[in-house]
Design a protein around this ligand. Structure first.
Ligand SMILES: Cc1cc2nc3c(=O)[nH]c(=O)nc-3n(C[C@H](O)[C@H](O)[C@H](O)COP(=O)(O)OP(=O)(O)OC[C@H]3O[C@@H](n4cnc5c(N)ncnc54)[C@H](O)[C@@H]3O)c2cc1C
Length: 356
């Protein structure tokens, strides 16, 4: 007899969510987590988040986001509450509490899968199971042990301090971040940057130039890009699977929405006793229909942005800024839809400006 039907690796938001739902369905689930500490992040989510987590965790509404160019030109994206700020710590604590009975604090060291079952070795035990769900974050041991490639890895750094009220700001400036942006969230007194290189230097420079005070500083990797997510007897979900939005780095909603596909697939595998890779792909990889197109578009936008200069960014603010002020953000997860509301001539002009 295996030690558990299903082993879930990693008690971040996605792992806890999956472990709870599968255990509610009557499966024996073991959730393995290496650390009692929990991550800090900005906690900005779209309304889809509340399909999975109670609305009581929403702390602030966002109906306006101001974009700031290198020479301080601005435009704002607006819409009827298109995002919320939730307390990441409270949500993860709530989810971890729900899985308390199933959780064991052990670090996963290796994973083996085969026709007859799967085996997970930790720093304390060896477990056998029928299915593994790897939700163990950016440097996922499960993904690497199964031979999966790493997605591209960026870094995010943030801090919180006292701040005057105002709207969320997104600073697009190559000196703050060559491939991403700096942000200020007055509602939570948070500021930070995301970058593919020298994150610490960019973070310090952003704070210095924008006169921002520093509290305790937190930094974490953020994965991006499409990787293999289905294997024989295993699925990879959340950050471990690169299920983040390349334009914002946000991963809650994608992770939880993809978790729904993983839960359904686990159920099918258990009911039909089929744990083959093809069978898992045919069900779990449906998450790609929902998000892969948007991820690809956002990756392309990010690739173009990486090659742009501050001068080009300023010019694009001139071209798109007035149109951006007039559109309404309807779907914070599918931002390309907001972009496509702008006149085609302006989009083409901005595209040419970005490329040449
Ligand atoms: C600075 C920053 C700001 C962000 N802001 C936002 C935001 O505003 N909105 C948003 O939607 N997303 C945001 N994100 C992204 C968000 O944090 C992630 O997408 C989300 O946490 C993914 O959850 P997860 O459960 O997949 O992974 P994680 O939360 O990373 O959980 C993985 C878990 O696996 C555990 N683990 C790892 N290795 C092992 C092992 N070998 N054995 C056992 N356990 C292991 C880890 O300890 C961890 O608990 C931000 C990220 C950063 C870095």
């Amino acid at each position: 007899m295996p030690d558990a039907d299903i082993i879930v690796a990693g008690a971040g938001m996605v792992g806890c969510y999956i472990a709870k739902k599968l255990s509610d369905r009557g499966y024996s689930v073991t959730l393995l987590e290496k650390s009692k500490a929990m991550k800090e992040d900005s906690g900005i989510v779209s309304k889809r988040f509340f399909r999975h987590v109670p609305k009581k965790f929403a702390m602030h509404r966002i109906d306006r986001m101001q974009f700031v160019s290198p020479s301080k030109k601005t435009f704002s994206l607006k819409g009827r509450t298109f995002a919320w700020v939730v307390s990441r710590h409270e949500v993860n604590s709530h989810l971890r509490k729900q899985c308390k009975e199933n959780t064991s604090y052990e670090r996963i060291l290796s994973v083996n899968t085969g026709k007859n079952g799967a085996e997970v070795k930790t720093d304390e035990n060896t477990y056998s199971c029928r299915l593994i769900v790897g939700c163990d974050g950016t440097f996922s041991t499960v993904r690497r042990q199964l031979g999966g490639k790493d997605p591209r890895i960026f870094f995010g750094m943030l801090t919180r301090t006292k701040m005057q009220k105002g709207s969320v700001q997104v600073h697009l400036n190559k000196h703050y971040s060559p491939d991403f942006f700096g942000w200020i969230i007055p509602q939570t007194g948070e500021w930070g940057i995301m970058s593919g290189t020298n994150a610490k230097e960019h973070f310090d420079y952003f704070g210095q130039k924008e006169n921002l005070e520093k509290g305790e500083v937190h930094g974490y990797p953020i994965p991006m890009g499409l990787v293999q997510t289905s294997y024989e007897r295993a699925m990879i979900v959340g950050e471990a699977a690169g299920q983040t939005k390349p334009l914002t780095g946000g991963g809650y909603v994608l992770g939880l929405e993809c978790a729904r596909h993983a839960i359904k697939t686990a159920d099918l595998c258990m009911q039909q006793g089929n744990f083959g890779r093809e069978f898992i792909v045919s069900s779990y990889d449906r998450w790609r229909m929902q998000f892969a197109g948007e991820i690809k578009l956002q990756l392309l936008a990010r690739k173009i942005y990486r090659r742009m200069t501050n001068k080009q960014i300023d010019k694009i603010f001139d071209i798109l800024g007035p149109h951006a002020e007039r559109v309404e953000v309807k779907d914070y997860d599918l931002l390309s839809k907001t972009f496509m509301q702008m006149p085609k001539t302006a989009i083409i002009k901005a595209g040419l400006q970005a490329i040449f």
